[in-house]
Design a protein around this ligand. Structure first.
Ligand SMILES: [Zn+2]
Length: 77
C-alpha cells in the first residue's frame, strides 16, 4: 500500500512553500491525484524527488498514461 503524501508533506520534504507545491500540482508540473477539484492532493512519495529534478513526476506513480493535466511531450523516462 502506497503511503501518499499531501501537498504540505511535499513542501516540507522539498523545502519550499506549500503554495509553490499547490501551484505545481494545479498546473500539472507536479503530478498528483485529487478526488475532486479543490480537494486534498495525494502525491506519490517518489514524485517530489523527480519533480525537483525536472523529470516526469507521473512516472513513479505508474499512471503516465492517465494524465488529466497538461504535460510536456517527450519526457518519458
Ligand atoms: Zn498518478
Amino acid at each position: 500500500m502506497t503511503e501518499w503524501l499531501t501537498a504540505r508533506d511535499v513542501a516540507s520534504l522539498v523545502g519550499c512553500h506549500y503554495i509553490t507545491v499547490a501551484r505545481a500540482l494545479e498546473s500539472g508540473e507536479l503530478h498528483g491525484h485529487q478526488r475532486h477539484r479543490g480537494g486534498r492532493w495525494r502525491i506519490h512519495p517518489d514524485a517530489p524527488d523527480v519533480w525537483v529534478q525536472g523529470g516526469d513526476s507521473a512516472a513513479p506513480c505508474g499512471c503516465s498514461n492517465v494524465v488529466p493535466f497538461r504535460r510536456p511531450k517527450g519526457t518519458a523516462a
